[in-house]
Design a binder for this molecule. Structure first.
Ligand code: ADP
Ligand code: MG
Length: 697
């Protein structure tokens, strides 16, 4: 965008310094450009009106045209409310306000025609609307657009009377001045190929649509543009990285061959073989590897990690495997050490609870290069941990690590950046993966080891607990072990903790003949470990736990997963938990326990779990239920703060935008051709704008 759009918002007619400050603080609107990109989040359809006689409680928000005939203040002091009667030719209804009563009493005009917008509810046989949006019919007719924009605003802004309508007015004023300044941001070729609306027309129509068709075209155009530039940036980073970063070449594989021949207890699945080949190709290419390995729970990522570490060791390089929790690091270490010992490879473990003396020895062995493999938690990021030649970093369950933490690992080799393999069991929907990891190469293990039986998942109400307990007893008699998981959500930790303890006691009472372990986040690492190990050795038959067992824990003999208050877990989390069973040869079960009262989303989550074991399908549904921000945690939400596109809904547009970005870069990597000048100019303006980020923090 040209300089015009960098103009400070306070200079816009009707804004001024005071309102400008509010807009900055509340909505991050600093410039004309920011304001013009403050898109409506919904529209009032001026063509759709309900008659009062047609109202129905099942309707969401509706628009009614009528005349206000009478208003009165009812009650006293803080309990005071304003009630007005709205009538049309079919009947009458009530409008009520509980807040800002005095102000509304002054604003609402008697014997005047209004358009009201709100949610109708039935009260004592009469329809009523609380805090409806109001607009005088006479005024409404002036704004030409029949789809009236509704803008996001905040309580604070509203208290300064900067309501949606006021923002609409500002944007209207701005658009009049801006119209001639709006430059096209996409190449003529793209506009032509995708039959896109011009940028100018799109901006006008997204705010004040002239017709439904134009609105749809404007929306498509702006979404496409937004996704196109994200993809273009990611793809360019990828190209730059490829060209710039050299990587160690790992060609030799003598120990890996020995391992294959003499120590592997099973054959790799075809998917695992394919992934190993992809990784090996990266490691021999002379470029730094940056690869994301996706594989559903139980698909066998650990062995792939170990094989990759072996390749590094075979070429004189050290490797680290970093896990998000202590339990998981322990388990990886124990599992890999068996193989490493047989192969004569020195492997170590470093976690928060490693003793000082052990640490010192470990540091020494890492510096000298004696120790080839290191497994640990984020403790291994500390500066004192130095390597002779770190050549490979593997990060398990990466979504718990910030990008910053990862880059700390990369810096542990000052000569040549280590290869990076990021492993995740959270199947990320394709759309998200493309956006979050568009700069990584992706490998997928899309096949479970042979002989696995599909986990049987059922939903049971709390009232069936006795039957569930009987089922558990039968399974334990067959020699199996059982997990019972309770939710633990930080905000209400005290209460959840009590639930867990009560649960633990009732399980002990119900199964006096069996031993019960318990693991939760408040325990000391050593105690947790002790309990976990007892369960692993089958000394206890039931493990009562919180979600600390969520990731990675591997007890093949455990075949029943009971999840208490299952409605309180997210879908991906339920799937992760279920993945703790189904790791052995036996038929496994997942039992989701809930009360009778369930919300709509909870029902969808439970039904989805019962219906499918497919992690990718589950991730897609989770994305639709929760939206991308929640799904990935706040950490990465910056990437996902999209202006208009929606990763949950716009997968098809994203595919097109990515393909378009790819073609553009293939044809003209430096964007030097004249037909790409719009794109080049827009990138420059975008990167000029990133300076603005500093003012936010
Ligand atoms: P995840 O991908 O969830 O990390 P793991 O690596 O923990 O899965 O593997 C799950 C289980 O499957 C482990 O017990 C592992 O030894 C076993 N496993 C992995 N690959 C195979 C295979 N190709 N054939 C049989 N079992 C396998
Ligand atoms: Mg794992």
């Amino acid at each position: 965008m040209s300089n015009f759009f960098h103009t400070k918002i306070e200079f816009l007619k009707g804004v001024g310094p005071q309102r400008a400050e509010l807009l900055q603080k509340e909505l991050n609107i600093y410039t004309y450009g920011d304001l013009i990109q403050h898109y409506p989040f919904r529209y009032l359809d001026r063509t759709q009106f309900y008659k009062i006689a047609e109202l129905d409680e099942a309707l969401p928000y509706v628009q009614v045209k009528g005349r206000i005939r009478g208003k009165e203040l009812i009650g006293e002091g803080r309990k005071q409310r304003l009630a007005a009667t709205l009538t049309d030719e079919t009947g009458d209804m009530e409008l009520v306000w509980f807040k800002g009563v005095k102000w509304m009493e002054k604003t609402v005009k008697n014997h005047t025609d209004y358009i009201v917008f709100g949610k109708p509810t039935l009260f004592n046989g009469r329809f009523s609307m609380a805090h409806p949006e109001l607009e005088e019919l006479a005024e409404a007719k002036q704004t030409g657009s029949f789809l009236q924009p509704v803008y996001h605003t905040t309580e604070k802004l509203k208290s300064f009377r900067i309501e949606s309508k006021v923002i609409a007015k500002m944007i209207e004023v701005l658009l009049k001045q801006a119209e001639s300044q709006i430059q096209e941001t996409l190449s003529p070729e793209l506009i032509d190929h995708y039959r896109l609306m011009s940028k100018r027309e799109a901006l006008l129509n997204i705010h004040f649509p002239e017709s439904v068709e134009k609105y749809n075209a404007a929306k498509f155009r702006l979404k496409f543009e937004e996704l196109f530039y994200i993809q273009l940036r990611l793809l360019r980073q990828k190209v730059v990285r490829r060209a710039d970063l050299a990587g160690q070449v790992f060609k030799e594989i003598p120990t890996l061959n020995t391992f294959y021949k003499e120590h592997m207890t099973f054959d790799l699945t075809n998917a695992q073989k394919r992934v190993v080949r992809e990784i090996y190709k990266d490691l021999t290419a002379g470029k730094q590897m940056n690869r994301l390995l996706q594989g559903d729970v139980g698909s066998g990522k650990t062995i792939v990690a170990f094989i990759t570490m072996l390749i590094a060791a075979d070429n004189g390089a050290q490797s680290v495997l970093m896990a998000p929790t202590e339990i998981l690091a322990d388990q990886h270490y124990t599992g890999l050490k068996v193989f490493a010992d047989r192969l004569g490879i020195n492997i170590g473990k470093l976690t928060g609870s490693s003793k000082t003396k052990a640490r010192r020895e470990l540091h020494e062995q890492l510096r000298s290069g004696d120790m080839k493999m290191l497994v640990g938690t984020h403790a291994l990021l500390e500066d004192v941990v130095q390597f002779q030649n770190l050549g490979l970093c593997i990060v398990d369950e990466q979504h718990r690590f910030g990008v910053e933490q990862r880059s700390k690992l990369w810096r542990k080799n000052s000569r040549i950046i280590p290869h990076v393999l990021v492993m995740t069991a959270t199947p990320i929907p394709r759309t998200l993966a493309m956006t979050l990891y568009g700069d990584l190469d992706v490998s997928v293990i899309d096949e479970l080891p042979a002989g696995r039986k599909e986990i049987v998942t059922v939903h049971r109400f709390d009232s069936h607990r006795l039957k569930v307990f009987q089922f558990i007893r039968d399974q334990i008699k067959l020699g199996r072990q059982v997990y019972i998981v309770y939710p633990l959500i930080e905000e209400s930790e005290g209460m959840d903790y009590k639930d867990l303890m009560d649960g633990y006691e009732s399980v002990q009472r119900a199964f006096p003949e069996y031993k019960v372990s318990m693991v939760h986040g408040k325990m000391k690492a050593a105690d947790k470990d002790y309990e976990m190990q007892r369960f692993v050795r089958n000394e206890t038959q039931i493990m009562v736990a919180t979600t600390v067992i969520e990731v990675g824990v591997n007890v093949p003999n455990a075949s029943v997963m009971v999840i208490e208050s299952a409605e309180r877990f997210g879908l991906s989390q339920l799937h992760q938990l279920r993945g703790r069973v189904g790791r052995g040869a036996e038929q496994s079960y997942c039992i989701l326990m809930t009360g009778y009262k369930l919300g709509k989303d909870s029902k969808t989550r439970l039904e989805t779990m019962v219906r499918t074991n497919n992690g990718f399908e589950i991730a897609d549904i989770d994305l639709k239920l929760r939206g991308p921000g929640d799904l990935m945690g706040t950490q990465q939400s910056g990437v996902l703060d999209l202006l208009i596109a929606d990763l949950a809904k716009d997968a098809p547009i994203l595919q097109e935008a990515r393909a378009a970005a790819q073609r553009t870069l293939e044809e003209d990597p430096q964007l030097e051709q004249s037909k790409h000048q719009n794109i080049r100019r827009h990138i420059q303006s975008l990167s000029a704008n990133t300076v603005n980020w500093s003012r936010i923090s």
